[in-house]
Design a binder for this molecule. Structure first.
Ligand code: DGT
Ligand code: CA
Ligand code: CA
Ligand code: ZN
Length: 573
């Protein structure tokens, strides 16, 4: 798996911080500049290198020969000696410290120079002893914020985004399935349940040649190092920064093992309790009666059936009521993957997206959608080049043109309109009325308190022109906590006003999250699942949004963009 742009950019930024701390004058700015251009690339830097070598790298703005060579080394080896040496010279954990929300490179430098802080642990000590608040320009408030950031980081530690892990995990699963003498190979664990973050990957294999499977698994190109290697179980650390387990099980235990290693743990415990009531034993090897005779285990369906339970999709297995429903054979029919006909949030190069309207339309069509809404940002989000009323009208003409040029897909015009601090919108009602789809979101002034935030959003969705509340809690997984808001009130109002709630499928967002989706459904709300694509390669994110919808037990009829376009438009206000 090739190194990705965000990883390259991160290393270049960190180099700048180290050089800065060493007192270098100009070099740090050069690294920052290169990092920024790489972040803005629409193509993967590894693809650029593969096609044009170091020369092509040097065509990236801000990348000279010296930085290009470093990028080459990163692409080729996944490591960079220059960076490792810098880290040795200045033993400050820049990566760890800047991962804390609110701590940027400048703060790292100050903390090191004034308080000799090198690690997150040092920082935590300084915070608890009140040293930070005494630094110039810091104070109680920033100390409080840093503490919150540290706590948040601790909670999310070690878990990776499903959206980044799953494509690689699926590739490994596919490669295992292709091995000779492999009968089944399947990815279990939290990734099979489509949980938003993943702690480690759990592969299960049935094979008559376990040693061959283990040899392959421990030497595949995705592996950074091998933690353990055995006949039935091996564990590796992958280059992307996550562990993967693989177990080889006999055919007659495959279903039981799949059930067990899919989990989650609480769901398993509930099942084991049912087995015990029947005087049986349930384990990863099967169901065994009181004479220790195996009575189920070859398929997952058998295991559930023997326990008197209806089979259910892995996404529902969190012990939040599904076991009880399965006992009554009342598992709901939940939304299927590939059931979306449209996407109601996409951005283009009219604002902070990478592609033109036409490119987005063509790619959405290839992905299998029948319609998309272009929802570029509006004017209050100035750094994206947000559109004002005039530009929206101009864009409408461009959309008409694209609709004539591209057949087989309809492009709707929408906007992602900003909700101001007082709940007003930054586009006039007269213009909103003309748009096909109006989404609203909170993009700034996050810390105004629960009551004010609730009032702000309620006011916005009471506007009769507003169709969808985009990413309703504003969280960014592992980076930013959701803002404080009374979600029950929002759900109540959304139902009352007929405002749709979005499941934003972007891997860092997945907002609404599973449990809130489930709650909102109880309030009678309806949903839209959107990719929030800022690039034409991001339509496949929709799959992660559907994963969240399935984890929230939604059925197809709860999600408006499963409908054909005309029917979908009738569901809007
Ligand atoms: P993760 O890796 O933290 O994202 O979450 P999982 O669910 O993949 O958990 P993991 O990898 O620790 O274990 C895989 C499955 O194995 C888990 O979902 C359920 C099962 N399992 C693990 N530990 C226990 C246990 O102590 N009791 C039972 N009944 N099942 C367990
Ligand atoms: Ca796992
Ligand atoms: Ca595991
Ligand atoms: Zn947004």
């Amino acid at each position: 798996m090739a190194i990705r742009n965000f990883e390259v950019a991160k290393i270049l930024y960190n180099i700048a911080v180290y050089l800065d701390m060493q007192g270098e004058q100009f070099k740090p700015r050069a690294y920052e500049k290169a990092a920024r251009s790489i972040e803005a690339l629409t193509e993967e830097v590894s693809d650029i290198y593969r096609q044009g070598g170091i020369k092509a790298l040097m065509e990236i703005p801000g990348v000279g020969v010296s930085i290009a060579e470093k990028i080459e080394e990163l692409i080729k080896t996944g490591k960079l000696k220059y960076y490792q040496d810098l880290k040795k010279k200045t033993p400050v954990d820049v990566e760890g410290l800047t991962a804390i929300e609110g701590i940027g490179p400048k703060t790292v430098k100050t903390l090191y120079q004034k308080l000799k802080i090198r690690t997150v642990t040092d920082l935590e000590k300084a915070v608890t002893s009140g040293k930070i608040s005494k630094l110039p320009h810091f104070g109680e408030k920033s100390q409080e914020k840093i503490l919150k950031g540290i706590e948040f980081l601790k909670r999310s530690k070690g878990r990776m985004l499903l959206g980044y892990v799953l494509p690689i995990a699926k590739e490994i699963e596919h490669n295992l399935q292709q091995l000779p003498d492999v009968k089944h190979a399947i990815l279990g664990g939290s990734s099979r349940r489509m949980k938003e973050t993943v702690g480690d990957l759990d592969f299960l294999v049935v094979s008559s040649k376990p040693e061959k499977v283990m040899n392959y698994f421990t030497t595949m190109s995705e592996v950074l190092n091998v933690i353990s290697k055995g006949d039935t179980k091996s564990m590796v650390h992958l280059k992307i920064g996550i562990d993967a387990d693989l177990r080889v099980v006999p055919p007659r235990s495959f279903g039981a093992a799949l059930q067990y290693f899919t989990g989650n743990k609480d769901h398993n415990i509930a099942l084991r309790r049912i087995a015990i009531q029947k005087n049986w034993k349930l384990s990863e090897y099967g169901i065994f009666d009181k004479h220790n005779k195996q009575i189920a285990g070859e398929t997952e369906e058998d295991v559930y059936a023997k326990l008197g339970l209806q089979w259910m999709p892995p996404e529902m297995r969190e012990n939040t009521g599904e076991v009880e429903l399965a006992q009554k054979h009342k598992i709901p029919k939940i939304i299927e993957y590939k059931s979306l006909k449209g996407d109601l949030q996409t951005q283009t190069n009219w604002t902070d997206g990478s592609n033109s309207i036409k490119e987005m339309a063509e790619e959405a069509k290839r992905y299998g959608l029948d319609y998309i809404a272009i929802t570029d940002h509006t004017k209050a989000l100035a750094f994206t080049g947000g559109l004002d009323e005039k530009k929206l009208e101009k864009q409408s003409k461009e959309i008409d043109k694209v609709n004539k040029e591209v057949n087989g897909i309809t492009v709707l015009q929408g906007a992602e309109v900003n909700i101001a601090k007082d709940g007003s919108l930054d586009i006039s009602d007269a213009v909103l009325k003309k748009l096909d789809v109006v989404g609203v979101s909170v993009h700034f002034n996050f810390n105004i308190g629960k009551d004010e935030m609730t009032k702000r959003i309620v006011r916005a969705i009471e506007n009769p022109n507003v169709d969808i509340l985009f990413h309703p809690t504003g969280r960014v997984i592992n980076q930013r906590e959701p803002y404080e808001v009374d979600l029950r009130k929002i759900f109540e109002k959304a139902e009352e006003t007929g405002t749709l709630l979005e499941i934003d499928a972007f891997p860092e967002r997945l907002d609404l999250k599973d449990e809130h989706v489930k709650l909102a459904k109880e309030f009678g709300c309806k949903f839209a699942i959107d990719s929030d694509a800022h690039n034409k390669v991001q339509f496949h994110y929709l799959e992660f949004g559907i994963g969240v919808a399935r984890r929230g037990w939604l059925s197809e009829k709860d999600v408006v963009n499963t409908l054909p376009m005309k029917k979908m438009l009738k569901e809007l206000k």
